[in-house]
Design a protein around this ligand. Structure first.
Ligand code: S3P
Length: 446
């Protein structure tokens, strides 16, 4: 039942002519997971449009079914969920397999922790390596209990949910939306107020969507960069309509491709522009990127915009550590942009990159090095020496990580020689349409 590695599927990106045209990248992954989970915890019907139909999100949909919700696909990106109500999950009869997805797994752990049931959580070889203690610690304070975990609280593990969940005040040591969301989702079932304090503001989609579904939730500043988020427990969540905007973390790939492939001029539509997700756009603009933004509005409190991106001469910059939560998934592709820039780009405070789908700090450095770019890791900082061009010609190891795969392919579109990746199959976890969409924009991928 647990996902096993399929055959490798290598792919090559070749120096391409100018990219052009308009594209809508798939729905936001974070919002897609949350729409399914909150729909499953609400009473009544939730209609979702624009859902990301990538493997990560499909695994969350399966988990919601296994926990008792009715989840139906009614058309492309169109899904209907009938929920069971807060704390209403039923015990699944088989282990829940989250494949490659840390977000799906950790958020569902939070939702299960508030229910008086037991569930076994598992995933692929990449997810089995990732730390779960950071989630289990607060969930155990709420009254849940993990057993049979592999060393360090890793998967596979069985979570016994709390029979009488306790509202807690949790000061998270890490600025992680996954930790914050897991605590809030467990706190839904507790009487009274559950509070999470985060050292730096992380993406707030859970808070915005909880409010959209009828919960009472307040978020205030805490210190220079942090937030204190308080949720009133045991709300009546009601089903709601959710329009999922396009994922800025996926838009990052065609966007950087258009910046570095000479003569390019593309438009990306409906891109979510929540300020807690747009650190990459800020950084690229500081580097000299031409990104024009025309605002549009969604229905879940999430801002979105149309982005026109034109090929640009980029210069190296210093990226401060406090920007990391707002662009945590974008450093790989930023490193590609930095390699094509003139001058040094220093990205500071990247410790969290070590515990993503792969050790992304090491993998980014390797991806650049095998393609002739000078790069250094100093402590938790990544330093890329931009020379205005990239030799290319390398074979990049993707380590079961979709974002390494897509970043390396973007690099190959503008490098001096083709860039190959060992395995493109994990791209399907977040951006199943990546290759055909990039080809439609003019990219040479085969
Ligand atoms: C996510 C949060 C981030 C991010 C992940 C999606 C989310 O992880 O890397 O891809 O949807 O909450 P952390 O919260 O652990 O930084």
């Amino acid at each position: 039942m647990v996902s096993t590695a399929g055959p490798l599927s290598p792919l090559e990106a070749r120096p391409s002519p100018a990219l052009g045209g308009e594209a809508r990248v798939p729905g936001d992954k974070s919002i897609s997971h949350r729409a399914l989970i909150l729909g499953a915890l609400a009473v009544g019907e939730t209609r979702i449009s624009g859902l990301l139909e990538g493997e990560d999100v499909l695994n969350t949909a399966k988990a919601m079914r296994a926990l008792g919700a009715s989840v139906t696909r009614t058309g492309e990106g169109a899904w209907t969920v009938r929920g069971v109500g807060v704390a209403g999950f039923a015990a699944p009869t088989a282990p829940l397999d989250f494949g490659n997805s840390g977000t799906g797994c950790r958020l569902v752990m939070g939702a299960v922790a508030g229910c008086p049931i037991s569930a076994t959580f598992d995933g692929d070889a990449s997810l089995r390596k990732r730390p779960m203690r950071r989630i289990l610690d607060p969930l155990e304070l709420i009254g849940a209990h993990a057993v049979d975990a592999a060393e360090g609280g890793r998967l596979p593990l069985t979570l016994h949910g709390a029979h009488n969940p306790i509202p807690i005040v949790y000061r998270s040591p890490v600025a992680s939306a996954q930790i914050k969301s897991a605590v809030l989702l467990a706190g839904l079932a507790a009487p009274g107020t559950t509070t999470v304090i985060e050292p730096e503001a992380s993406r707030d989609h859970t808070e915005l969507m909880l409010r959209h579904f009828g919960a009472e939730i307040v978020s205030v500043r805490d210190g220079a960069h942090g937030r204190r988020i308080s949720l009133q427990g045991q709300p009546e969540l009601h089903g709601a309509a959710v329009l999922v905007p396009a994922d800025p973390s996926s838009a990052a790939f065609p966007l950087v491709a258009a910046l570095v492939v000479e003569g390019s001029d593309i438009v990306l539509t409906d891109v979510m522009t929540n300020p807690l997700r747009t650190g990459l756009f800020t950084t690229l603009r500081e580097m000299g990127a031409q990104i024009e933004e025309r605002p549009a509005a969604g229905n879940t409190g999430e801002p979105m915009a149309q982005l026109r991106v034109r090929a640009s001469r980029l210069r190296g910059v210093e990226v401060p550590p406090e920007r990391a939560p707002s662009m945590i998934d974008e450093y790989l592709v930023l490193a590609v942009a930095a390699a094509f820039a003139e001058g040094t780009t220093t990205m500071r405070g990247l410790t969290e990159l070590r515990v993503k789908e792969s050790d992304r700090l090491a993998a980014t450095a390797d991806m650049l090095r095998v393609n002739g770019v000078k790069v250094e890791i100093v402590g938790d900082d990544l330093i890329v020496e931009g020379r205005g061009h990239v030799p290319g010609g390398g074979l990049v190891a993707t380590h079961m990580d979709h974002r390494i795969a897509m970043s390396a392919l973007v690099m190959g579109l503008a490098a001096g020689a083709p860039v190959r990746i060992d395995d493109a199959s994990f791209i399907a976890t977040s951006f199943p349409d990546f290759v055909p969409m990039m080809r439609r924009l003019g990219a040479e991928l085969s």
